[in-house]
Design a protein. Structure first.
Length: 257
């Protein structure tokens, strides 16, 4: 797996993950509820971050269920929910169990992975016959046409920097075909985005992220201090409205066998 640019040891990472949970957990939970995951199920979340979703899953599948949360770094997970097991593992290296889980899910993980095909194949190999997989990954299209011109210039630099780090912010649109190629059934996909203004939680998320990475962004040559400062100023301007990433939600089922 590629090195994660927002390492858990960074000063602001705990707060940034907490904010990400606030912004994305409701959508993630809604799709899991639609898949009909019930008490007694076995679930797997890969790239669990701070563990908020896995803790929710453990509570949802009780009694009798078992939730496994996997990440390369579990230092920011402090959930003590009964039925939740934490494992340190790299999904590129191999599956977690063999045909074991009723639900396998990952969010905002695969765009950081160096070998997406291997990672997805390992996720699928972890599903039991008839089990469900739910992936949520970004597609940067709405952001790439953001206004005004200097904001668009900032995002152009951000995307160039991201590509140089091995980050694929367009991966969402390719995931349905990826799952279909692995002979899964009932492949469905949609994309959700949000309009937000300066001072909102989404603006705060991006402001925290850019401040955390500012030194590396400038050193890369893809962005300069002036452009970064301009973008940060928009993030606190309540009269500025824009659109965030389109989060692509893809789900499918393993053949019942």
């Amino acid at each position: 797996m590629s090195d994660y640019v927002l390492d858990h040891n960074l000063q602001g990472e705990r707060g940034r993950l907490r904010l990400m949970s606030r912004l994305l957990d409701p959508m993630h939970r809604r799709y899991i509820e639609q898949l009909g995951i019930r008490p007694g199920a076995r679930t797997l979340e890969v790239g669990c971050g701070n563990g908020s979703m896995s803790a929710w899953l453990a509570e949802r599948i009780a009694p009798g269920g078992h939730a496994i949360a996997v990440d390369l770094d579990l230092s920011l997970v402090h959930a003590t929910v009964p039925g939740l097991e934490l494992r340190r593992q790299d999904i590129v290296a191999g599956p977690v169990g063999c045909k074991e889980f009723d639900l396998v899910t990952a969010r905002a993980v695969l765009h950081h992975v160096s070998d997406v095909q291997a990672a997805v194949a390992n996720l699928v190999a972890s599903m039991r016959p008839g089990g469900a997989i739910l992936l949520i990954e970004p597609d940067f299209l709405p952001v790439s046409i953001a206004a005004p011109k200097d904001v668009r210039a900032f995002w152009d630099g951000w995307l160039e920097w991201s590509r140089a780090q091995g980050i694929d912010y367009l991966i969402g649109r390719r995931l349905p075909a990826c799952l279909a190629s692995l002979a899964l059934e009932d492949v469905e996909a949609t994309a959700e985005t949000a309009l937000y203004n300066g001072g909102s939680p989404w603006a705060l998320y991006w402001r925290q992220t850019i401040i955390e990475l500012r030194g590396r962004l400038v050193a890369s040559g893809y962005l300069d201090e002036a452009l970064i400062e301009t973008f940060l100023s928009y993030c606190v301007d309540r009269s500025w409205w824009t659109q965030t990433i389109a989060f692509t939600v893809v789900h499918a089922r393993s053949p019942a066998g």
